[in-house]
Every structure is written in structure tokens, then in C-alpha cells.
Design a protein around this ligand. Sequence first.
Ligand SMILES: [Zn+2]
Length: 206
Amino acid sequence: MKVKIYTGILKRIIFGRSIKKMNFHFQKDESGKYYRKHYDDDDKEGIREIKKYCRRRLLRCTLNDDSMERSTTYRANFFKSDKGIFGGGKYYFCAYCGRILTKSKATVDHIIPIALANRSPRHKRMLTIRGIKTVNDVRNLTASCLKCNSRKGSSGGLWIVRGYFGKSWIRVMLKEIILLLIGGIALYYLCNFLYNTGLYEFLLEK
Ligand SMILES: [Zn+2]
């Protein structure tokens, strides 16, 4: 269990030293600036104490499951289990825009973002319903281009639907083929229409 204590500048000046005395370390990442410390899951007493400490000083603290933290091996695990287009392990589709990426250019995206899984019980439930115990489970990972990955950030909603849909290269390929066919048919009918109505010659004269 990871305990994070968030403070503004003022509270950091006032309580920073006493928080550090309890072996908390100051850290800064995408979720903000905070103090963190690891507690054993069965250290109920310690966790209760720190919660009381924060409540009394009006400090915001969160308890984060270890399973809801970014692991160091998720990228390697993803590539081990997902071999990409035609199973060759060289090329991947971006789940969001359908761009073809080489393995080295592909980023690995958490479909349900870590920040969301931590702060929203609904998103955590979305994982547990599917039997996923940690955000780093390969079922919650997909290949993505850097641009889409950074645009997505910690967003949920439609991004999650697109992530799960685009996770399978077969689905992405089918989608691209269907779009291409629809585009082709539309173009055919447009040309036919222009030709039959004589608009075609009119446009040519112009
Ligand atoms: Zn993309």
C-alpha cells in the first residue's frame, strides 16, 4: 500500500519536516507534488495513524494499491504477449489513430489510465469486473503512437472504448478496409452523379 500526502506550498513549509520525520519521501510526477511512503498491507495500525494525522491537519492523503502503480516491466510484458500485425512482433497499429508503427516507435498505453484507476472507483471496477487485478495487466495495455498517447493523457470516456477496440490489430485492419470501401463506393457514386447530371462537363469547362 502506498500512502501519498498532498500539500500546497504553505502546508509543505509547516508540516514538511514532520512528514519527512515519518520517513516519507517528497516526489513530483504527473499527478502533482506529494510525499510518499510504502506501508505493508497488514500494517493497519500505521495506516490508521497516518490517516488520523492527515485528517487533523487537513492534509489530503490517498492510499494507493500497489497493483494500481506503474510497473517497470509493463512495456516488456506487453511486447512479450502481443506480437502485433500478423504476429510478426515488428509492426503495431496505434489503437487510436490506426497509424502503423515499428516496435521501437510504439509506446505502450494503459487503456484505463493509472491516475483514473487510482482516483475513480468506477474505473477500478471496470478493471475488476474483467478479472484484471493490476493496471499493468496486458489486457489493459495497448500499442499507441506518441502523439495519441500524450493527447489521451489521463482521459477516460471514449478513449477507453477506442483503446479496447483498437487493441486488436485484426479489428483495426478490418476498420481501415471498411472505411476504404465506403470511401471508394461514395467516390464512385459521386462521379456517377456528376457524370449523369452533366455537372462533370460543367466543372471541366470551368
Ligand atoms: Zn495514434
